[in-house]
Unconditional design. Structure first.
Length: 133
């Protein structure tokens, strides 16, 4: 896809974990099953998306940094950590809505602040103040 503007789709999500942990992703990064990431067949890399499990209403914001899933009728592959948050590891798959978000970096003296906003006009907005690793 040339861009992610207005992307919203409903489909089946699956997840991938140990077998791919540490391997290179399509974006050249190492896959980390404990990071909040995902694989999609056609969204630009990277794209930030909100994924909502339609059976329980739980949602996560992840960074699409890989290609997949390569199983027919699957929309997105979630990292293990994202699948845990969506409560879908037991079943292995879930019916989800995937919505692309826009990302704008706001430069400050230090550190850099990232603001993520939904493309939809009535979406909620969240601000992450900091993250520690």
């Amino acid at each position: 896809m040339p861009n992610n503007i207005g992307y919203r789709e409903i489909g089946i999500a699956s997840w991938y974990g140990k077998k791919f942990h540490g391997r290179s992703t399509s974006s050249g990064e190492r896959y980390d099953m404990y990071a909040m990431s995902a694989a999609h067949t056609s969204l630009p890399l990277p794209t930030i998306v909100r994924v909502t499990n339609l059976s329980n209403g739980k949602s996560v914001i992840v960074r699409v940094n890989d290609r997949g899933p390569f199983v027919k009728n699957r929309l997105i592959d979630m990292s293990y950590a994202a699948a845990i948050e969506l409560d879908m590891t037991g079943a292995g798959t879930a019916l989800v809505e995937v919505e692309a978000l826009t990302q704008a970096k706001v430069a400050t003296s230090s550190p850099e602040i990232t603001v993520i906003a939904a493309n939809a006009p009535n979406s909620r907005m969240y601000l992450q103040v900091c993250a520690f690793g």
